[in-house]
Ligand binder design. Sequence first.
Ligand SMILES: NC(=O)c1ccc[n+]([C@@H]2O[C@H](COP(=O)([O-])OP(=O)(O)OC[C@H]3O[C@@H](n4cnc5c(N)ncnc54)[C@H](O)[C@@H]3O)[C@@H](O)[C@H]2O)c1
Ligand SMILES: N[C@@H](CCO)C(=O)O
Ligand code: NA
Length: 445
Amino acid sequence: MKPIQVGLLGIGTVGGGTFSVLQRNQDEIRRRAGRGIEISMVADLDTERARSVVGDKAKVVADAREVIGNPDIDVVVELIGGYGIAKALVLEAIAAGKHVVTANKALLAVHGTEIFKAAAEKGVMVSYEAAVAGGIPIIKALREGLTANRIQWVAGIINGTTNFILSEMRDKGLDFDVVLKEAQRLGYAEADPTFDIEGVDAAHKVTLMSSIAFGIPVQFDKAYVEGITKLAAADIKYAEQLGYRIKLLGITKRTAKGIELRVHPSLVPAKRLIANVEGAMNAVVVNGDAVGATLYYGKGAGSEPTASAVIADLVDIARLHEADPEHRVPPLAFQSSSLVAAGGDLPVLPMADVVTSYYLRIRVSDEAGVLAKITGLLANAGISIDAVLQREADEVGGEGSTQTDLIILTHDTREGDMDRALAEIQGLPTVLAPINRIRKEELSN
Ligand SMILES: NC(=O)c1ccc[n+]([C@@H]2O[C@H](COP(=O)([O-])OP(=O)(O)OC[C@H]3O[C@@H](n4cnc5c(N)ncnc54)[C@H](O)[C@@H]3O)[C@@H](O)[C@H]2O)c1
Ligand SMILES: N[C@@H](CCO)C(=O)O
Ligand code: NA
């Protein structure tokens, strides 16, 4: 069979890795795919750098539309990123009858419905293993390996940059900015690193996992997104003393009322495997009713790890290229006619309806009756307390300090009830600073 012809749009970190891994392992990959996979054309605005990567092995152009317009190209791999030109190019490639592989979670989380619809109408595949947790085959696992299950929840460390930052801050006591720069140098960070640190990148990824776990359309606009920029070193330390680690988690969960879809820092028991995922590594726990909890761990970013996922998609396409579209795995795991409409039986819940437990850090004046007043307000709101830790005033504010930190762990509570209770507590004259609230996930079953 003649080799399948691939055109790359963008040959930066991921594109460069894709080119070199495909070159290095071409014999092995051909034996698996049943045919060769050749990158015959590359488009990049920086043609000089592109040529330095591909040499004379592929034609290099500046204009991506030359690749899309080439009738010899079977598959277009979009590795430019962002919602702008990448969206236009993906839709044009689909319209030209090309299969598409992309690592662009931002694009699919926001415009996935339009893109998958266009692909279905044209009978082409859109594959995106690299878009979620990079090299970890989590899309494959959710869409195929776990297909027997009613998925209960998915929770993951799915942004390497923030996990790297949290790990380095905890281990080495380094400042946030220093660690961010290092993550950028290592090629983990997005072009706009606020997407990483504000939780947006993780929200793009969990939006895609939510869709394929529960058979709902991609609904990034309904995701709750909170990053790590407001985390204080004190919270990392107190969490540790209580037996927890703080991780930025992407969580999606099926409940009786609908689907939770959220990204925020979370306390995770230190004894869980996922709490011990350090540096830029990613890990995802998927809980299915038949299989129980399963854990997927590996590199979620970087040149060759991400290329590993891009090439896996290319092999799938090489095998199914000429198959009847009905026989392919649906892009969102469920047949498109069986996806539950947005807002239908499985609505994405507003954050006020999410039920979870909490860590609260409350800076108070160190005087009699403060703790009783606060626990009283929590009790009035029906919020049950699991543990209380009171720091010595000297430890918090220095010798002779009149301020201290109260750390309270709660049992499961509706977020809306917690919001109301915290507003009242914040109004007490003995509460001296904005209350820090971090959600807590046991991830036990
Ligand atoms: N870096 C990672 O570890 C990683 C991991 C998973 C997913 N991703 C995703 O992969 C995609 C690419 O990321 P990257 O890190 O390789 O980015 P990058 O910035 O290293 O590479 C992008 C390349 O696209 C080129 N480019 C920009 N505009 C272009 C245009 N109009 N036409 C042709 N080329 C153009 C740039 O010159 C650059 O070489 C993004 O969607 C990103 O979110 C990256
Ligand atoms: N910026 C992302 C790249 C992988 O998608 C991360 O840090 O995980
Ligand atoms: Na992946």
